[in-house]
Design a protein around this ligand. Sequence first.
Ligand SMILES: Nc1nc2c(ncn2[C@@H]2O[C@H](COP(=O)(O)OP(=O)(O)OP(=O)(O)O)[C@@H](O)[C@H]2O)c(=O)[nH]1
Ligand SMILES: [Mg+2]
Length: 622
Amino acid sequence: MHVIGTAGHVDHGKSTLVRALTGTDPDRWLEERLRGMTLDLGFARLRFEDGLEAGIVDVPGHERFLHNMLAGAAGMELLLLVVAANDGPRPQTLEHLAILEYLNVQRTIVVLSKADTVTDDEREFASELVREATQGTKAHDAPVVAVSALTGFGLPELRAAIHTALAELPPRAPERPPYLPIDRVFSLPGLGTIVTGTLMQGEIALGDRLWLTPLEREVRVRSLQVFGEKRERVEGGARVAANLVGVERSELRRGAVLATSQFASAASFEVRFRPRAQALALLRRRTPVRAYIGAAEILGTLVFESLPASADPVTARLHLRAPTVAFPGAPFVLRRLSPKDVLGGGTFTAAASAAAPLDELPDLGAIREALAAAGSEGTTPAKAGAIANVREERALELLEQLRADGRALRLSKPSSYVASEHIEALERRVRERVEVSQNAAPWLLGMTALGLSRALAIPEAALLRVLNALAEDGRLAHRAGYFATPDFVPSVSAEQREFFEATFARDPGHPFVPLAAPELHAKMAASKIPGLAQSLETLFASGALVKVGSDVYRGEQLAEIRARLEDALRRRSSITPAEFRDLLDTSRKFAVPLLEWFDAAGVTLRSGDARVLRKGTVPGRA
Ligand SMILES: Nc1nc2c(ncn2[C@@H]2O[C@H](COP(=O)(O)OP(=O)(O)OP(=O)(O)O)[C@@H](O)[C@H]2O)c(=O)[nH]1
Ligand SMILES: [Mg+2]
C-alpha cells in the first residue's frame, strides 16, 4: 500500500478535496469543524473500483501547525500539492514543498483547487505561477489538474492521475525490518493502548514482539487494523492501527517509535545535511534545532565542523535531547528553535553512536560547575563568570549554549540560569499534575499557574518563573494562560461535542446569523452536561467560537464574513452598515457589532458611518 499526502497553504481546499475524493471528512475535531481549519493530521482511505487503495494523510496549512504537518509528512509518497486557483502559490505552499524535498515523496500531482471561482484565463495564469514556484523542486514536472470540490469538475481526471501515479510507485521495502513512527495514541475500553502510524517499511504480523522507543521496552501486537478492517499482517505503506500489550496509553505520545529491536536507539547521529538556501545565514557552528524524524519532534543541536557556505550537502552531527530510532538513509527535517524557520534536512548516514558526548567547548565545564553549585535559585552570567573565571559575555554565551542543549533553563524576572537537573523534580511534578488534569478534563486547555500553585503547594510567583521557562523551552505548552504538555490537544467529550454541534449547526437558509450569548447560556444551563462551561471557554480561546458583542459566531462563519467584507471593500472602497447588512442578508442588530469587531481586529477603519479597508491588511481569515 501507499500513502498519499496533501500539502499547501491554509484554506486552499485540502480537506475539502479529501472529502470529495473519499467521502471522509479528515477534520476530526469539533474545534476544526467550528473553525473551518485543520489543526492536526487527518486520515482517510481512497479506494478504486479495481481494488487499488491508498491512505490519505491530510495536513494543516496554517503555519502555526507546521509541526503537525511535519509529523505526517515523513510517510508521504504521492503528494497532492493543493493550490487554490484564485490565490496561487502562497508562503506555506512553498514551505511545505521545501520540507517535502527532504522526505520520501516520489511523485507529485499539483491540484489547482477551487476551479469554479476563476475564469479560464485566471486558471491558466495560476497554472503559470505554479510552474514557476515548483521550478527546481521535486514537483517541477508534476501534472497540474484543475478541480472543483464544489461542482465535481476535474475530479475524475484527478482520480485517474492518482491511480496512474500509485500504480507506478515502488513497493515499500517489505524485506526490511519494520519501522512505524507513532502519530496517534489512544485507548479503547477492553482493548487498552492503540497506536497508529504509517508503516514506513517492513511488515508487522499479529503476535509480533516489537520494541518501543524511547520507552525501551518490548511490547506485543495483539491486533492489527487498516482503516477499521482487521488484518493478520500489514505491509509497508499501510496506515496501521496496532493494539499493543505491555504499555499504557499515558506512557506514550506522538513521536514514539515501534520497530524491531535490531535498531538501537540513540541520541547522537552523523548526518548528511542539506541547508535550505535561504536559511544559510541562520546557521551557526552549533545551531539549536527542532529535529523532525518520523512523527517525532525532538530538540537538539546540529554541529558542523565548518559552516556550510552553500546549499550543498555537508556532513554534520545531530545531538538530540532524547533518544530515537534512525538508520542510514532515513530522512529528517530541521527547524530553528525560535523563530521556527525551516533550516534544511537530510539523511542519517553512519550507524548511530549511542553515547557520543557533546564536544565540549573550552570553559564549558567550569560554567556547568558554577551552574550546578547555584542550585535551584540559579545564577547570572556575571556570577557564574566570576566563579568560573570567564568574562561575563563569554559566560552568557556558554549558558545560552547549555540552554540550547537542554542542560539549563533561563528564568526571567529576575533573570537567572538554572541547571536542568535542579528543575527536573519540579518539572516532573508539574507534568504529572497537568496530565492528571488533562485526563480528567480533556476539554480544558490545561492548568493555570494558580491552579498548579495550589495543587503543588508552591508560591505562585516562584512557580510561574519556572513554568514560563519550561514553556519557552518547549517542554510545556502555554496558551491563553493555561499550561499543558506540549503534545496535548484539548478534546471535548462526546456529549459536549453533540451539544455544540447541535447548538451551532449550520443553517443554510441563514448562514451568517449568530447565536445570542444569553440563549447559548440558557441552553447550557438546561443541558446539565458536565464541564460545558469550561469547554466553551476552550472553544473561545482557540477561535473555534468567537464572541462579537453579545453574539457568538462559529470561527468558520466569521472567516467567511470577513472574506465577503474584504471582497466587497476591494470592489467598492467603502461600505455602510446598511450595505453590509444587505451583503450578509442579516439584520442591523448583527451588522453593527460585526463592523465594530472588524474595526477592533484591525481589518476595517471607520470613516464617518462607513468602513474602509485598513491599509496593509493582508487578506485572510478572521
Ligand atoms: N468555491 C469553492 N470553495 C472551496 C473549494 N474547495 C474548498 N473550498 C472552500 O475553501 C475553504 C477552505 O477549505 P478547506 O478544505 O478547509 O481548506 P484546507 O486547505 O483544508 O485548510 P487548512 O486545513 O486549514 O489549511 C472552505 O470554506 C471550503 O468550502 C472549491 O472547490 N470551490
Ligand atoms: Mg484542512
